[in-house]
Design a protein around this ligand. Structure first.
Ligand code: SF4
Length: 382
């Protein structure tokens, strides 16, 4: 296998269509064969929300930042196949190919592959860099943006992370959002938080800020994101009008239904859920916290969990000693991540093994440089 050094298009020797007609068992065997042949040179990363038949082939399972960091630490790894969504593969490329890592490998890049380029993120797609830059310029007519710290959730395009890097801002995850906001308020008067309004609002509310201090910036509004000058002047956190299409589906009435039907049940949700759900849950936390909370609970504990369906089903299978329910009558799953299936995984792996990798994710060097600045600021936050 010869990793490429540029993002130039490479010939697609094996067409994807031919993989779709094979039975899953054959594809699983072929995937395992590639894993065996490439050994430590290949790392398959599986996000917690990924479907089981794909997760079965992952070397590492975790959330997006954990996975990227773990893969970047490997010295043997030459290629990463990220079974997640586009922004996750970008973060893996930025971390695995940062300058000191390249120097350690004599300039050799780690090839990062996303098995299906259509595996995007609805939330990340709600904030395009041109919209964020236009909003920054518009709010600068009313408030002093030198005192505004931009904060992007890690679930965002690399271009937004780079925007934060260039403008004194920072990246956050769902597990460190409060610490990152504290960091930001040590350096500015306000925060511009994107793309997830719910994580921003839930975190700021828990820190004691009032909802009236959190205007929502609608990139499609005609003026000032749909806000008055007064609202911007009174703001502490300006929230981007974005959300996760999966976590947005959980509703307060679902909480009421479960509490009515299962006395003693506890509600455990991700902070990407709307405020009305987050406020009445028993526990709210990142994917890592959700997993740990269930692991640390005694047998017989009853849970209704508000996060992505595949993760909840996996927790259910791994913890038969507890009673775990999915907190919605609707199947809330990450449809874009679900696009990565066995045919796409096998197709991308065999093309990689045979020297003509497909779907390479390589972030523009300038964007990667500034993204890294914002990511490293996050790492400095304790
Ligand atoms: S679950 Fe939501 S935030 Fe996460 S990748 Fe899917 S759409 Fe994006």
């Amino acid at each position: 296998m010869t990793p490429p050094t540029t993002a130039a298009p490479v010939p697609d020797a094996y067409p994807l269509g031919s993989y779709k007609i094979h039975p899953p068992e054959d594809l699983a065997d072929r995937i395992e064969l590639v894993r065996k042949q490439l050994g430590d040179r290949l790392m398959i990363l599986g996000h917690h929300y990924q479907q089981d038949q794909v997760i079965a082939h992952a070397d590492l399972r975790g959330d997006s930042y954990q996975l990227s960091q773990m893969a970047a630490e490997s010295t043997a790894c030459e290629s990463i196949v990220f079974c997640g969504v586009h922004f996750m593969a970008e973060t893996a490329d930025i971390l695995a190919n940062r300058p000191e890592k390249l120097a350690q490998r004599d300039g050799r890049r780690v090839t990062v592959v996303l098995p299906d380029m259509a595996a995007g993120c609805s939330m990340a797609d709600m904030a395009a860099i041109n919209q964020v830059e236009a909003a920054w310029a518009d709010m600068g007519e009313v408030i002093d943006t030198r005192r505004v710290i931009p904060v992007t959730y890690i679930n965002s395009a690399a271009s937004l992370k780079a925007f934060c890097g260039r403008n004194g801002g920072i990246v956050c995850t769902s597990s460190n959002a409060a610490a990152v906001l504290r960091w930001a308020f040590e350096r500015g008067d306000r925060v511009f938080f994107f793309p997830d309004q719910h994580l921003g609002r839930n975190t700021a509310l828990a820190m004691g800020m009032g909802v009236e201090q959190m205007p929502v910036w609608d990139p499609y509004a005609l003026e000032l994101g749909g806000n008055t000058e007064q609202a911007l002047n009174d703001s502490r956190v300006i929230l981007w009008k974005g959300h996760c299409s999966v976590h947005q589906m959980f509703r307060p009435e679902h909480v009421a239904q479960f509490r009515g039907k299962y006395p003693g049940i506890q509600i455990l949700v991700h902070p990407e859920c709307p405020r009305e759900v987050n406020d009445i849950a028993d526990v709210s936390g990142s994917t890592g916290k959700i997993i740990q909370t269930v692991r640390n609970s005694p047998p017989g504990t009853k849970w209704a969990i508000g996060t992505e369906l595949h993760l909840v089903n996996r927790l259910k299978a791994e913890h038969p000693e507890q009673e775990i329910h999915f907190l919605s009558p609707v199947l809330c799953m990450c449809a874009t991540m679900y696009r990565i299936d066995l045919p796409h995984l096998c197709w991308s792996l065999e093309n990689l093994r045979d020297g003509h990798p497909v779907n390479i994710i390589e972030v523009d060097p300038e964007v990667a440089r500034w993204s890294l600045v914002a990511l490293e600021r996050m790492l400095s936050v304790k």
